[in-house]
Structures are given as structure tokens and as C-alpha cells.
Design a binder for this molecule. Sequence first.
Ligand SMILES: Cc1cc2nc3c(=O)[nH]c(=O)nc-3n(C[C@H](O)[C@H](O)[C@H](O)COP(=O)(O)O)c2cc1C
Length: 178
Amino acid sequence: MEKVGVIYGSHYGTTEQYAEWIAESLEAPVFEASKVSKEQLENFELIIFGGGLYASGIKGFKLLKEHSGKNLVLFTVGLADPQVTNYQPVLQHNLSDEQLQHAKIFHLRGGIDYSNLSKMHRIMMTVKKKDVEKKMKLNPNEEDREFMATYNKKVDFLDRQTIAPLLDYVKKELRSDV
Ligand SMILES: Cc1cc2nc3c(=O)[nH]c(=O)nc-3n(C[C@H](O)[C@H](O)[C@H](O)COP(=O)(O)O)c2cc1C
């Protein structure tokens, strides 16, 4: 049985980059979620799952739909600044009550290149922009301001140092397991 497996769901590579950094730091294997079976998950004592945020979804997380959340570390990667973002709606939408109770969750910041988005994603972002524009006139929050500030641009917030708290947590968990 392997101690740790890092699994990720990523469209444009930012979550993949964080997953690679985490795997490298922990000397753990790394897998793309669509290439892993539920049976393979049982080979790991602890799973670190990273998923890009896509509106109400966490990319690839359906692989863990039936997982208890025990020995699960989840990290999300989004455009929004984790310091000013409320993740409760997306977590509640994607995780079971049991997973919410047991999983350890971290939020990291990715990036976006609007010129490189798929047609569908471009449409989704245009729709979101219209919603946020309306909110900007009423009661915008920091998340909305950030969205508008980066809309249609290429931005890269990837920062290897931000995985440190996740690594510390996992290392402690592994030590307490011995
Ligand atoms: C259609 C669409 C929806 C998105 N929704 C969110 C969101 O709800 N929250 C967020 O923080 N970022 C959102 N993002 C930004 C992505 O999460 C961000 O670009 C992330 O780094 C993508 O990860 P990936 O490169 O691994 O695919 C969205 C991006 C697109 C294209």
C-alpha cells in the first residue's frame, strides 16, 4: 500500500502544476483523475485531491463521490483570492456531509488566460461577467472586484510557497500514523 497518492482534475494546467509540486515535495505518485479508478484509490492510505474550480464544480472530484472523506486532503484551485473568498457554497455543492466533516481542505490560487479558454468556458465567463456587473452596482464584495479586475486578461497567481500549510498538515498526519 502506498502512503500518499496525489490526484488532480485540471483543464488548463494550474491545478496540475500544484499537484506536481505537492507530489514532488512528498515524493508521492501523481495521477490525473480521469485516469484513476475507484479501486486504485484503495491503494493509498492518504489521498490528496486537487481540483480546479469551475463555477459550482470541482474538476474531477466526482471520482471521490463515494469517499468517506477520512484520510482525504482536498485542495481547490481557483482564480479568486482565497483570503477574500467564501468557499462554503462550492464545498456544500460538491462534498457530502461526511466529507465536509472529515476532509482537510485547502484553497490555492491559480490563474487564467482568457485568450486560451474553450468556447464553452468563454461563454460561461461572459455570463458570469454580466451577473457580476449587476452586482457591482448593488453590493459588490472583494471577490467581485477581483473578478472584474482580471476579466479578459492573462493572470498567473501560482505560488509554490502556498502549498506549505498543506505539506505541513500531511507530514504531521503521516508522522502520527507511525
Ligand atoms: C468557466 C470558468 C468558471 C470558473 N469558475 C471559477 C470559480 O467559481 N471560482 C474561482 O475561483 N475560479 C473560477 N474559475 C477560474 C479557474 O478556477 C482557474 O482558472 C483555475 O486556475 C483553473 O484550474 P486549471 O488550470 O487546473 O484548470 C473559472 C474559470 C472558468 C473558465
